[in-house]
Design a protein around this ligand. Structure first.
Ligand SMILES: [Zn+2]
Ligand SMILES: [Zn+2]
Length: 256
């Protein structure tokens, strides 16, 4: 299985998984990069997986339908271009000989879902849309801090070597904020240097891993005393992880 990040717009990635013959894509906000990749590698498009309803994740679906030899899958609680197969927590999607588990991860949007698969002989793969980013998390457009905390906690419990496929290249700006939260986190310093060199080469910082995110992502570290202390200094009323996450999210919204 080949896993590829197709850049789209200014900072989106459309993730493509292929077996050399068939491919699936996740959140095709634009059809052009997908069609170019399919043609270059002579792949047929077997499925489209959608995590949530935002235009930069669904805008390319209509133009891809004539090339699509399988279903569009998406969250049952959101408005995705019809027709699509509606999915809820615990459902499974079979594509490319793999079984993808559907995980409800509300917060960024109210019906956001993620897809997880564990291919034989390879590290697991998570497509998490705009819920978990490397070093950060999505903005709370439709959900609450409690929902986002629960969603991120579920993802943090996935296997450590899971490849985390986020839908945006936000890593460096997230890490700048993470350093403000945890100025003494050595893993964070080391990871920042690696990401800076990747971006200088024009390469993606993704996929990340669950293990790395547990070490560097403040939104997965709300129960760490040092993160809670930083949040308290920025207005959190208690050390409760949900209160810490709510404060971090608000602080990040205003952070430059
Ligand atoms: Zn979004
Ligand atoms: Zn997005």
């Amino acid at each position: 299985m080949n896993l590829t990040a197709l850049p789209a717009f200014t900072d989106n990635y459309i993730w493509m998984l292929d077996d050399g013959h068939k491919a699936l894509v996740v959140d095709p906000g634009d059809s052009a990069p997908v069609l170019a990749a399919l043609a270059a590698r002579q792949l047929t498009l077997a499925a489209i997986l959608v995590t949530h309803h935002h235009d930069d994740h669904v805008g390319g679906i209509e133009a891809l339908r004539t090339h699509l030899q399988g279903p569009v899958y998406g969250p049952q609680r959101e408005r995705i271009p019809q027709p699509f197969v509606p999915l809820a927590h615990g459902d499974h999607v079979d594509a490319l000989g793999l079984s993808f588990e559907v995980i409800d991860v509300p917060g960024h949007t109210s019906g956001h879902i993620a897809y997880f698969t564990a291919p034989a002989g390879a590290a697991p793969v998570l497509f998490c849309g705009d819920t978990l980013f490397s070093g950060g998390c999505g903005r709370l457009f439709e959900g609450t801090p409690a929902q986002m905390h629960h969603s991120l906690s579920q993802l943090a419990e996935l296997p450590a070597d899971t490849r985390v496929c986020c839908a945006h290249e936000y890593t460096l700006s997230n890490l700048k904020f993470a350093r403000a939260v945890e100025p003494a986190n050595a893993d964070l310093m080391e990871y920042t240097a690696w990401c800076e060199s990747r971006r200088a080469d024009g390469a993606p910082t993704l996929p990340s891993s669950i293990e790395r995110e547990r070490r560097v992502n403040p939104f997965l570290r709300c129960d760490e005393p040092v993160v809670a202390r930083s949040a308290r200094a920025h207005g959190a009323a208690t050390d409760e992880p949900v209160a810490v996450l709510a404060t971090l999210r608000q602080w990040k919204n205003d952070f430059r």
